[in-house]
Design a protein around this ligand. Structure first.
Ligand code: XMP
Length: 420
């Protein structure tokens, strides 16, 4: 039986900031869930909540039928329609009216998650695709703590990773954590398939399809009935339409996307109810290093979407080395953690310059640095000129094939964060 914490349910009657609000209340050690106003009352009852909070940007009077449905549950209810979302006031309600004991803590979450994983998988095997990103890494550490060698992680090197990334992932998981790690260097396979392909969507499709194939081949050999996944709560919430079919609400979310039909896994998704920073907290408690937990977000297709145009091995190496210099200087200067994403882009354009007293005709590297809250919009970071100057000098000096560095000053919109 899955263990459930003492729960307050936030009912979404059309509220933009509901996820943030749910997260803010959780910071007071009160576990919250978010459900759309269309959810059947029985579904709410299933969670055995101690109270309800109605959230709406404006007065939700026109949805009075839905309100009546919830009031019939006879639970303490706070109606914040059209009111400010204040976590302190909500907590007062949770403590005074709902009698919350404020015991939602990550340490306890870990203990319960471990018990749940053990109960779910028994002595079965679990396979997990490890990308080196926060979610899959934390899930790997959590499942490993629960079932040790019954877990096998598959780490696919598609040849588009950042410098030293394959080594870092192997060092952390195979050596420090002593996990079963199946490392597959599929670089040649990916780069061969990508040869001569310059259209961005086609590049993404090739990378995605190939990834599934390589992973499926490896997983088939492990022959595990369970698949571990780093699904997190926003993935689930964002897949529920506010006015959608109420019977379709809160179904298990499947981002197994694309695995072959005959691979029928049972999913193990131990952090599916956590927000991103809660996942990080769990990771820290499990001993994962900050270099992994506090990294900038990185797209699935990796350097593939930062190398404009058709990918050649030598120009990919130019990008990898330039990107590494950007990251090193950012870390050294203390700017790494002040930006959401900062990276290099390879621009397949040659311009004339002077290198070592001679005429050069080499490629352009662009640097992009942005801040964002949710990646939907982004602002350009005004990195100090001296820092940009250091990055530029090092790139020109240390990376053969580059004689010009430019800074991308485009916000999102109109630009996207990635160039492809
Ligand atoms: P854009 O370029 O659309 O990016 O402004 C928004 C955010 O999403 C990341 N991104 C991706 N992440 N797979 C991912 O996992 C992808 O295909 C992908 N494309 C973009 C991007 O780095 C930024 O944080």
């Amino acid at each position: 039986m899955k263990q459930t914490p003492e729960t307050v349910i936030l009912l979404n009657f059309g509220c933009t900031d509901i996820q943030k609000f749910a997260r803010a209340i959780r910071d007071k050690n009160i576990y919250t869930m978010v459900m759309p106003y269309t959810v059947p009352a029985e579904r709410v009852t299933q969670e055995n909540p101690v109270g309800l909070i109605i959230c709406a940007d404006s007065d939700a009077a026109d949805r009075s039928d839905a309100k009546a449905k919830f009031s019939s549950l006879n639970l303490p209810t706070l109606d914040l329609s059209g009111k400010e979302l204040c976590a302190d006031a909500a907590v007062k309600f949770c403590i005074d009216e709902c009698k919350c004991s404020c015991s939602w803590k990550m340490e306890r979450f870990i203990d319960e998650a471990i018990a749940d994983i053990r109960a779910q998988v028994g002595d079965g095997k679990v396979v997990l695709g490890l990308s080196g990103g926060v979610d899959s890494s934390v899930v790997a550490a959590l499942i490993h703590k629960a079932i040790g060698d019954q877990l096998t992680c598959v780490f696919v090197n598609h040849g588009l990773l950042r410098k030293n990334e394959p080594e870092m992932v192997q060092k952390i998981f195979a050596r420090n954590f002593n996990m079963n790690l199946c490392y597959i260097d599929a670089s040649d396979r990916f780069l061969d398939k990508l040869k001569g392909v310059s259209e961005p969507e086609q590049k993404r499709k090739i990378i995605g399809k190939e990834f599934i194939e390589v992973f499926a081949e490896a997983a088939a050999k492990i022959d595990a009935p369970f698949l571990g996944q780093g699904t997190i709560y926003p993935d689930i919430l964002e897949s529920i339409p506010l006015d959608g079919d109420p019977n379709a609400v809160i179904k298990s979310h499947h981002n197994v996307g694309g695995l072959p039909e005959n691979m029928k896994f049972k999913l193990v998704e131990p952090v599916e109810r956590l927000f991103k920073d809660e996942v990080r907290k769990v990771g820290r408690l499990l001993g994962l290093p900050s270099e992994l937990l506090d990294r900038h977000p990185f797209p699935g297709p990796s350097l593939g979407v930062r190398h404009i145009g058709a990918i050649e091995r030598d120009t990919l190496e130019i990008l990898r080395n330039a990107d590494n210099i950007v990251t090193e200087e950012l870390l050294k200067s203390g700017w790494y953690h002040k930006t959401w994403q900062t990276f290099a882009i390879f621009v397949p354009v040659k311009t004339v310059g002077i290198k070592n007293g001679k005429r050069s005709y080499d490629y352009v590297i662009a640097i992009r640095s942005i801040n964002s809250v949710d990646a939907v919009t982004a602002q350009v970071v005004h990195l100090p000129w001296e820092l940009l100057d250091t990055m530029m000098s090092r790139i020109i000096k240390e990376v053969d094939g580059v004689n010009r560095v430019v800074y991308d000053i485009t916000a999102k919109p109109p630009g996207t964060i990635e160039w492809e």
